[in-house]
Design a binder for this molecule. Structure first.
Ligand SMILES: C[S@@+](CC[C@H](N)C(=O)[O-])C[C@H]1O[C@@H](n2cnc3c(N)ncnc32)[C@H](O)[C@@H]1O
Length: 244
């Protein structure tokens, strides 16, 4: 008796499957490459634009986009810029507040002088640094607090998120203690599971709170900006916080 054994290699895909798979693979890789290409191009776009227009950072465009959307600054405002180095946000704020305004910036790093701004070097989370800002303000009420502070990136998502929330919390504390009624607060956070609680906390103190991702933010970034307007005033904020 003659038995025919059909030789079949189960690991060998047939030609059609191979070419379909290859096609899908090529489509995916093309989409991935072009998405990254667009991202890079956009990054280069803002980087080049900042160089051409004399801004110290590409981040300057994020603040322009935030201002254009939400109307942050007015002439004559007193602004505190947290995490100011190298100074792109300060340049933009100074442009909007004009000579009548005042800007105090703080950073761990030295910020090169800008006409109309006072910069101090220090860790903002230290009480003595916040106290120094207070001494410079000499009792002037703050109209706008902006914070673009970023922690040192560890690459561990949850750690970076927690560190950024810690910085955002100290910025909020300062804003609540120093803003005038109706004042504005803009703060960056890296998104994560604590974002919701942070937003709730900010809502206790401000009439309007929005999360916004400006076009100039890299699409790969988890950063988001919280814009809070209509500060209720220190007394009303305290009452609300106590009753919740
Ligand atoms: C993204 S950069 C700010 C860029 C700036 N907005 C601009 O347009 O030029 C973040 C800054 O936050 C600062 N920073 C981080 N932690 C800080 C802290 N605890 N106190 C003060 N500055 C801090 C960093 O030194 C860094 O310069």
């Amino acid at each position: 008796m003659h038995i025919t054994v059909e030789k079949k290699n189960f690991f060998q895909p047939n030609k059609q499957t191979l070419s379909e798979g290859k096609e899908i693979y090529l489509q995916l890789i093309t989409a991935y490459v072009s998405k990254n290409w667009i991202k890079e191009k956009r990054r280069d776009h803002y980087y080049r634009k900042a160089k051409e227009e004399g801004y110290r950072s590409r981040a300057a465009y994020k603040l322009i986009q935030i201002h254009n959307r939400f109307g942050i600054f007015r002439r004559g405002d007193v602004v505190v810029d947290l995490g100011a180095a190298p100074g792109g946000w300060s340049q933009i704020a100074l442009r909007f507040i004009g000579k009548e305004g005042m800007l105090v910036g703080v950073d761990l790093q030295r910020v090169a002088p800008l006409e109309g701004a006072i910069f101090i070097r220090g860790d903002f989370t230290w009480k003595e640094t916040a106290d120094r800002i207070g001494e410079i303000l000499k009792g002037r009420e703050v109209s706008v607090v902006i914070s673009d502070m970023s922690p040192n990136i560890s690459g561990v998502y949850s750690t970076d998120h927690a560190r950024s929330v810690y910085l955002a919390e100290s910025a909020l504390r300062f804003a609540v203690e120093n803003l005038k009624k109706g004042g504005v607060f803009v703060v960056k956070i890296f998104e994560g599971d604590m974002t919701g609680d942070y937003v709730k906390e900010v809502k206790k103190h401000f009439g309007m709170v929005k999360l916004y991702s400006p076009k100039a933010s890299r699409s790969s970034s988890s950063e988001i900006y919280l814009i809070a307007k209509g500060f209720r005033g220190a007394d009303e904020s305290d009452d609300l916080a106590e009753n919740q």
